[in-house]
Design a protein around this ligand. Structure first.
Ligand code: HEC
Ligand code: HEC
Length: 312
């Protein structure tokens, strides 16, 4: 009997001590993680265009999960696919536009929210609106003459291009090995360049969305991009293809390039002047009006030094 009393007393003491502690570190609720999702995820995971049918613009959407099923399990952050994607434990790491990925603090907050039981709101607390902010799906595009950064073009790529130009997109691997999932990937000069900072006419990304090089992109168009979206991509490249912070990219001098388009008099391709020298190999005497393929390298200023020109 005395043993039981002291047990009870201990339980009361524990409960007393535990209560104020719980009150101090208030549990993380959906209202705290929703802004992270809205800023970094909703452009690709919204009710209108949901990658893998995963819509992260509402509490119900997060809980519903993807075409594979739930992506969060209450109390089990480490076993939740959503957490595994933001830490990189599952690939491709999210957000697909990273780096930058989420900060350590943001990841910790999401983990605490999942481990804490996926609370929608604290009992008796403020009710949480279904969508905390307007989804970032249709961001306002800069007006002509305004500065354009990667932050403006990334959502266009995300909505219209990444379904294919990703590691595991609709076509399996990325078409032509070209990834549009991050700034580094889009600008990469690895095998050849598709974006020439300062020279939109030499950039295959621009030529493909304009339809100067075929097939026109997006490959599943029409609809193709709007005139305004095309203009914003052109402006971005013309301004040096700056990163999200506004830092322009350097021209990858010496990098390989391949472009296609209509040959015009004076060795131009749709207005782009090629640098043709005695060592340029010209196959099958292409004539103005022919659709040609040009292979070459970039000089320091982003001009195309043609190594080979041939009709296609
Ligand atoms: C640029 C578009 C884009 C952004 C931004 C993005 N995602 Fe994704 N997400 C995708 C694509 C595409 C897939 C499918 C990739 C694959 O094949 O696994 C995907 C898959 C996922 C999956 C896997 C679902 C499953 O069941 O396997 C999760 C979870 C996920 N994303 C969460 C997020 C989170 C959280 C964010 C923000 C931090 C985010 N995503 C941002 C495009 C994006
Ligand atoms: C439905 C899938 C799909 C979508 C969506 C898509 N592409 Fe493509 N993309 C392809 C395929 C397939 C090719 C290869 C076509 C060819 O040249 O025969 C390609 C090729 C390209 C190339 C040429 C790469 C090179 O090495 O020259 C560029 C640039 C490109 N796409 C940019 C884009 C852009 C920008 C978008 C979005 C506005 C986009 N694509 C959307 C499937 C897609």
């Amino acid at each position: 009997m005395p043993g039981r009393v002291s047990c009870l007393a201990l339980a009361v003491v524990l409960a007393c001590c535990a209560l104020p502690l719980r009150g101090q570190e208030s549990p993380v609720t959906y209202a705290e993680v929703a802004p992270i999702f809205n800023q970094r995820c909703v452009m690709c995971h919204n009710s209108a265009a949901a990658m893998m049918e995963l819509s992260l613009d509402s509490y119900a959407g997060v809980l519903k999960g993807s075409s594979n099923g739930p992506v969060v399990a209450a109390g089990d952050a480490a076993g939740s696919e959503l957490v595994r994607r933001i830490t990189g434990a599952s690939q491709p790491r999210m957000p697909l536009t990273g780096p930058p990925f989420l900060s350590e603090d943001e990841i910790a907050l999401v983990e605490q929210w999942v481990d804490g039981g996926l609370l929608e709101a604290v009992a008796g607390g403020e009710p949480v609106p279904q969508v905390v902010e307007a989804p970032a799906a249709e961001p306002e595009l800069p007006a002509p003459g305004e500065a354009v950064t990667y932050a403006h073009v990334a959502p266009i790529f995300a909505r219209r291009c990444i379904k294919c130009h990703a590691e595991s997109g609709l076509m399996g691997g990325p078409p032509e090995g070209y990834l549009l999932t991050s700034y580094q990937a889009a600008l990469s000069a690895g095998d050849r360049v598709r974006i020439v900072p300062g020279n939109p006419d030499a950039s295959m990304v621009v030529r493909r969305v304009r339809g100067q090089s075929s097939p026109r992109m997006p490959f599943d168009g029409p609809p193709f991009l709007s005139a305004e979206e095309i203009r914003v991509i052109e402006d971005w490249v013309a301004q040096g293809a700056p990163d999200a912070q506004g830092q322009p990219a350097a021209v990858p001098a010496g990098a390989k390039i391949r472009i296609e388009g209509l040959l015009e008099p004076g060795w131009r391709v749709d207005g782009l002047r090629l640098v043709v020298t005695g060592s340029t190999r010209i196959d099958k005497s292409p004539r103005p009006g022919d659709y040609v393929e040009v292979r070459g390298r970039l000089d320091r200023n982003g001009n195309v030094l043609a190594e080979r020109i041939r009709p296609r």
